[in-house]
Write a protein that binds this ligand. Sequence first.
Ligand code: FFO
Ligand code: ATP
Length: 240
Amino acid sequence: MSAASGKPDGRPAFPLEPRVQGRSARIATAETFPPSPQPGPPRVSPPPDRTALRQSLRERRRALPAATRIAAAEALAERLLALPFLPASGYVGGYWAMDGEIGLHAFQLRLPPGLVYCLPLLHADGSLRFAPWRAGDPLVTNRFGIPEPDLHAEGALRAEDMAMVVLPLVGFDPACHRLGMGGGWYDRSLAFRQHAAPPPWLVGAAFSAQQVDALPQAAWDVRLDAVCCEHATFLASTTG
Ligand SMILES: Nc1nc2c(c(=O)[nH]1)N(C=O)[C@@H](CNc1ccc(C(=O)N[C@@H](CCC(=O)O)C(=O)O)cc1)CN2
Ligand SMILES: Nc1ncnc2c1ncn2[C@@H]1O[C@H](COP(=O)(O)OP(=O)(O)OP(=O)(O)O)[C@@H](O)[C@H]1O
């Protein structure tokens, strides 16, 4: 076990250097999909290539009205907390919502006491690292303009140290395939999950508006264990 891992009790006790510079959930499995008709916007048919699909889904995500976003973030928190594999203790990777992504603030606020909420940090090696973050802790903006904890990525937690990671996504399908922003950050960081069982459990967080029937898959794509959106929870088939 690395110095930065282990069971956190309250605040983790691993060395993090400051930077010098600046339950009522309805569960649908992949096998039982589609579930009964869902409320919300109709699903999008995927254009043939990932770039065009990303563009249309990002526009769709940004266009959601504020009232939808607020209600969806609350419903998402309930669904994430009702996941059958929600760990009792350990580090949970979240994200700082941007570009119209569904917010994790309600989830963070309601996290059980044994779980420590973390934000991703961009490491120069192309992988994501994670560090505990609570409201009020210092932040800096990364190269994409996303706030991240003001710490050296080198001393931070690795994806392997997490009990669960909640991933932002641009699109998803009912089989729990994910389309991200296109940087490959999560796929590179979680590649070990191609051949290893959880933990970390991988859960996509999305609005229903981001659902498509089927996503084209690349060899490096890491399949999620579940996707939660405001209207449904999709659990990946263990046989597929
Ligand atoms: N909230 C959040 N945090 C995250 C991600 C994410 O998707 N959402 N990431 C998921 O991997 C990582 C960052 N990856 C990203 C990849 C591309 C862009 C992006 O905005 N690309 C712009 C061009 C930006 C530029 O080059 O300056 C674009 O495509 O329009 C942002 C984040 C880690 N943190
Ligand atoms: N395991 C990996 N090893 C090396 N390169 C990878 C790996 N996974 C992804 N990549 C690279 O990342 C690029 C982008 O991948 P992809 O389009 O799947 O990103 P994404 O999952 O949408 O993005 P993100 O995870 O950052 O939101 C790919 O073209 C590939 O070159």
